[in-house]
Design a protein around this ligand. Structure first.
Ligand code: ARG
Length: 467
């Protein structure tokens, strides 16, 4: 058994064709091991499934297969304990692990790469790894939605000025407002589940680009690794990164939702609004202004959204105009993808905590809702119910609002005779309509802000989210 390991010296790893070693700079420039080593578990899992299939097909002996299994177990332990020595000279996670395997088990290690290329290997690794991350993100999205639903359930009857154009529009339930974000994160989870189906396909067996002459059983490998399907075209299998782009697009949208929530939290916490307080552990002070408590976490989340948008642009641009099949460009898919996953997971985790911890200043919210003639639409609707066409009612109420502004009072501050001057059908019952609470209660339509409707939605979400 020859123990000389071609991977000990990478200049020789490629072949005897190479007559000079790489410069340090080129080595550093082309290496990916310092970021792709995070794929190690998927790489080993993929290799074990490949080896098992090679043995089942009679391409690899049972002894060699056993040696590979033994060697990989040791490598796993070494990596987990931190004892594994990652070598830049061995370029990437794949060659590092394979070289160590050969060191440990000799020729069996050198036989592992039969019928395989790093091109189908890396595509398999990334898909396996990303599938696990999607599942982790899904759990975080559930936790964030639950936190929003719980906080919403405590504030169903809390009145908040609803805005359009950031001008007071109509009163809404604060719980209803929070549930709008639950809808967004629920769609994000749906999108990720859909992306997962296309992530969960097996490239292995495509080899470098054309398939291989060994009688591989790709379906078997797919079953072992839990892939739903096998990539059906070898050229596409090694070069496709659509799944990474789709994932990053879904992550981008999710971060966009977080950024919208962040912006609202920042506004609400400002002195001008004073609607909420964030727990101190999510804020920082100023090194010069002793009175400051800044909403750093939402601001950072808003900022980090930009970086994920950037990763999406990087990946789309990476693939644009790439000829078939594998090109080294594809090594550049990893850092944007990894950072997208890291950023999204941290953000979702921190927001679940933050949402659970926010305190509401109910009076300030309600006071703000009283300021902007938020029940003007309700008065118009009242007149419509008395028989006026809506457009006429709209005009009549505009006059009433103008008068109220001049007198410096809310619509409900106008006397009954004053209101009747705008229209004789107005009666005492108008004051119930003009109250914030009356306005809320009236919006009984499905999806509306009436507390009863909001409670129905909370029940629906709880049933959907479980736990
Ligand atoms: N580190 C490489 C990557 O991430 C692995 C595939 C290398 N394939 C090749 N033909 N050079 O894409």
């Amino acid at each position: 058994m020859s123990h000389a390991n071609p991977l000990d010296n990478k200049a020789q790893a490629w072949s005897a064709l190479f007559s000079e070693p790489m410069s340090d700079l080129v080595q550093r420039y082309t290496a990916s091991v310092f970021f792709d080593q995070r794929l190690w578990r998927a790489d080993i899992e993929g290799s074990l499934a490949h080896a098992e299939m090679l043995a089942a097909q009679g391409i690899l002996s049972a002894d060699d297969h056993a040696a590979i299994v033994r060697g990989m177990a040791q490598i796993m332990a070494e990596i987990e304990s931190g004892a594994f020595e990652w070598k830049l000279a061995l370029e990437d996670v794949h060659l590092n692990i394979e070289a160590r395997l050969t060191q440990l088990v000799g020729n069996a290690g050198k036989r592992l790469h039969t019928g395989r290329s790093r091109n189908d290997q890396v595509a398999t690794d990334v898909r396996l790894w990303l599938r696990g991350e999607i599942d982790a993100i899904d759990a975080l999205l559930v936790a964030l939605q639950r936190a929003l639903v719980d906080t919403a359930s405590r504030h169903v009857d809390q009145i908040l000025p609803g805005f359009t154009h950031l001008q007071v529009a109509q009163p809404v339930s604060f719980g209803h407002h929070l549930l709008a974000y639950v809808e967004m994160f629920a769609r994000d989870a749906e999108r990720l589940a859909d992306v997962r189906r296309r992530v969960n396909r097996l490239p292995l067996g495509a080899a470098a680009l054309a398939g291989t002459s060994y009688p591989l059983d790709r379906e078997r490998v797919a079953r072992t690794l839990g892939f739903e399907a096998v990539c059906q075209n070898s050229l596409d299998a090694v070069s496709d990164r659509d799944f990474a782009i789709e994932f990053t697009a879904a992550a981008t949208l999710c971060m966009v939702h977080v950024s919208r929530l962040s912006e609202e939290l920042i506004l609400w916490m400002s002195q001008a609004f004073g609607f909420i307080d964030l727990p101190d552990r999510f804020c920082t002070g100023s090194s010069i202004m002793p009175q400051k408590k800044n909403p750093d976490v939402p601001e950072l989340a808003r900022g980090k959204t930009g970086r994920v948008v950037g990763h999406l642009m990087a990946l789309v641009t990476l693939m644009k105009g790439q000829p078939l099949a594998y090109n080294k460009d594809n090594q550049e898919d990893k850092e944007p993808l990894f950072d997208t996953v890291d950023t999204l997971k941290d953000t979702l985790r921190i927001f679940a905590e933050l949402v659970a911890g926010l305190t509401v200043r109910g009076e300030a919210m309600e006071r703000a809702a009283l300021k902007g003639y938020a029940t003007a639409t309700d008065l118009a609707d009242y007149l419509v119910k008395k028989g006026l066409p809506f457009r006429d009612a709209h005009e009549t109420v505009a006059h009433a609002v103008k008068t109220a502004i001049e007198q410096g009072v809310d619509l409900s501050g106008l006397s009954l005779p004053a209101l009747q001057a705008f229209h004789p059908t107005i009666g005492e019952d108008v004051y119930a309509v003009l109250s914030l609470r009356g306005s809320l209660d009236a919006r009984q339509v499905l999806g509306g802000t009436a507390p009863q409707q909001v409670r129905l939605q909370i029940d629906r979400h709880r049933a959907r989210l479980g736990g």
